[in-house]
Design a protein around this ligand. Structure first.
Ligand code: HEM
Length: 309
């Protein structure tokens, strides 16, 4: 029944969601009217097109659906996490100043191109030499990721079988779904100490993958389903944030940053987006006005030293 339930005439029982999904599928079908080439689309899309359509010919409808679900996974947590990382940094002037300095000294490369100076944000340098920025990102996730990890119970399992007190034992029944409330672990004083609810931008700089606290960090989930997009997400978010903090001052409309309400209707997001619009004033910083900018991914092992629960 659990497998059938979501599929009972979704066209009628989940009408709005069904129509929304159909719009996405139609948009991808329209997009694929162009035959992808590397000049016209990303390497990722190109690669998937070759695999699904050229080698396996799954058909345009299936192709559009596959891309729809990828776009969903790609964006649903990355976009709100980008927002909250920017929010947490800009509302703390001292942190903003420190991170600007770290990025400018370690991840900004300036190269002369004719009369111009090209300003390059190098992702591998962020990975290797901007530990405070990487820690700030993980601390943001720790406090903002409040989703659940979902597991199906494959066979009856008694938790803590050796416990003398049966009231402290739990029987998980085969076929049921287990929801692990990640937010509880991410913010539990048991793992993070008495300042568990405070934002400490340097907290992750001191952690290693053997620290006890890492068991309490479930923002990217846990084995065997740990988010496979975590390195990609960290790279895209931190390159963008690094460039943004160097180039722009961002201030709230009104005198201070106000904690926005979150949109709790976003059922699939582990990191809830803010509700409504947050109005800000953006001003290019004099230091870098009119410069030409680029991102670069230098040679390295392609990995952030992320803490995984
Ligand atoms: C900041 C951004 C992101 C966050 C916070 C995040 C978080 C998560 C979490 C909590 C899970 C569930 C893990 C578990 O059940 O133990 C997950 C799964 C997954 N994520 Fe992400 N994710 C992010 C970005 C991405 C991106 C960019 C992609 C794709 C490129 C992606 C692809 C996936 C996939 C395919 C799974 C399912 C893994 C499985 O079931 O084995 N994620 N993610």
């Amino acid at each position: 029944l659990i497998y059938l339930l979501p599929n009972i005439f979704p066209k009628y029982t989940a009408r709005k969601a069904y129509q929304g999904r159909q719009r996405v599928v139609n948009a991808f079908k329209e997009y694929f009217q162009i035959t992808p080439t590397l000049e016209k689309t990303s390497a990722l899309t190109m690669c998937r097109w070759n695999s699904y359509m050229v080698e396996n010919d799954i058909g345009m409808d299936a192709m559009a659906r596959v891309e729809g679900s990828l776009a969903f996974g790609l964006l649903v947590n990355s976009v709100p996490t980008t927002f909250w990382t920017i929010f947490e940094i800009y509302k703390r002037p001292e942190l903003l100043r420190e991170l600007r300095q770290e990025v400018a000294e370690n991840a900004l490369h300036i190269e002369a191109t004719g009369s111009q100076k090209l300003h390059i944000i190098d992702l591998s340098s962020i990975r290797k030499r901007c530990p405070h920025l990487v820690s700030t990102f993980q601390e943001t996730l720790r406090l903002r990721m409040k989703g659940s990890l979902v597991r199906m119970i494959m066979k009856d399992t008694l938790l803590d079988p050796q416990n003398a007190n049966p009231k402290d034992q739990y029987l998980l029944k085969e076929g049921s779904l287990l929801q692990v409330t990640a937010g509880h672990f991410n913010q539990s004083p048991e793992y993070w100490g008495s300042d568990a609810l405070n934002f400490n931008s340097k907290r992750f700089m001191e952690l290693t993958n053997t620290s006890k606290a890492r068991q309490g960090f479930l923002a990217f989930g846990t084995a065997p389903n740990t988010c496979p997009g975590r390195q990609f997400a960290s790279g895209e978010i931190l390159s963008l944030v690094a460039m943004l903090i160097l180039r722009y001052d961002i201030a709230p409309v009104g005198e201070e940053w106000i904690e926005p309400e979150v949109n709790t209707t976003s059922l699939s997001a582990a990191v809830m987006p803010p509700k409504g619009r947050i109005m800000v004033k953006v001003k290019a910083r004099d230091e870098f006005k009119g410069r030409e900018w680029q991102f670069r991914v230098g040679e390295d092992n392609g990995r952030f030293n992320l803490i995984i629960g």
